[in-house]
Design a protein around this ligand. Structure first.
Ligand code: C2E
Ligand code: CA
Ligand code: CA
Ligand code: CA
Length: 271
């Protein structure tokens, strides 16, 4: 038994060391990636359900690693969040995407931009200035930019979040609560935050065409959001059935693979 215990301990040591090394390597690679232009924004269309037109794009960060190829943001964003890297990357993302949006609008495309903010960015004392600078440099109207913050990030430190959001709001940018339904926020808490948009998490959209329960939940989220004047976006729409149902339920906008996948800027307008 003792030998087995030692063996197990040894095995644990090795795999833990490998895991730590992999993460350290990836963090160093990510630092390099920022300087080498390996990070770039993909854009996913957001469609108005009344007109069927693309009204906005959501910027989703991509990392093309020189040896490993595409690495998912689900993997590298949490890593960036553990260091100050997320603030550097987040600001660069903001600068690059607002520039791109300004160029599209100059070509007559009537689009707005959605950019994701992580929890760590809400703690950054320079965030508001960075947003202000991005707007000033591009000459974009503030309302052309919508910042998305997840429900869990907002619920983590409500007082601090409310304060930062109020400062952002005073710039005139729009604010969205992302992944709604996965946290436990109440209507009262949402009202205090002066948000503009609510995005229903994909997990609720997945089942709406098959499950009465899922449909009932989505119906009540839409009613609740509309009662406090929020625009509702459904994310993760993958079928025509889901799209039709959401339209019938009065959902305002939608995004998902059925409407368009995230693509590089050059592919967005069928170039
Ligand atoms: P999110 O903000 O909830 O973004 C939606 C995710 O769902 C994206 O994954 C998108 O590619 C994916 N998606 C869109 N439509 C569909 C669909 O119909 N079906 C399915 N199965 N998935 C769909 P992605 O691009 O892998 O990003 C994952 C998460 O990483 C994002 O979730 C967001 O939380 C984070 N993220 C991405 N870019 C950034 C960024 O620039 N900054 C920060 N802070 N976070 C980012
Ligand atoms: Ca988002
Ligand atoms: Ca989301
Ligand atoms: Ca999500």
């Amino acid at each position: 038994a003792k030998a087995l215990g030692r063996g197990r301990h040894h095995f644990f040591d090795v795999s833990l060391r490998e895991w730590v090394q992999r993460r350290l390597r990836m963090e160093q690679d990510l630092r390099d990636a920022v300087h080498d232009g390996q990070l770039w924004p993909a854009y996913q269309p957001v469609v108005d359900l009344r007109t069927g037109e693309m009204v906005a794009v959501e910027a989703l960060m991509r990392w093309t690693h020189p040896r490993q190829g595409a690495i998912s943001p689900a993997e590298f964003i949490p890593l960036a969040e553990e260091s100050d890297l997320i603030n550097v990357i987040g600001k660069e993302m903001l600068r690059a995407t607002t520039r791109e949006l300004a160029a599209w609008r100059a070509r007559g495309l009537d689009l707005t931009l959605k950019v994701n903010l992580s929890t760590r960015q809400l703690d950054d004392p320079h965030l508001v200035t960075a947003v202000q600078d991005a707007l000033a440099e591009t000459g974009l109207p503030a309302a052309a930019l919508c910042l998305e913050v997840t429900e869990s990030a907002l619920m983590r430190d409500q007082e601090a979040a409310a304060e930062v959001l109020a400062s952002l709001r005073s710039l005139g940018v729009l604010l969205a609560i992302d992944d709604f339904g996965t946290g436990y926020s109440s209507l009262a808490q949402l009202r205090r935050l002066t948000l503009d948009t609510l995005k229903i998490d994909r997990s609720f959209i997945t089942g709406i065409a098959e499950s009465r329960d899922a449909e009932a939940i989505v119906t009540s989220i839409i009613a609740m959001a509309h009662a406090v004047d929020l625009t509702v976006i459904a994310e993760g729409v993958e079928s025509a059935e889901q799209l039709e149902l959401l339209r019938a339920l009065g959902c305002d906008q939608a995004q998902g693979y059925h409407l368009g996948r995230p693509v590089p800027a050059a592919e967005l307008f069928g170039q």
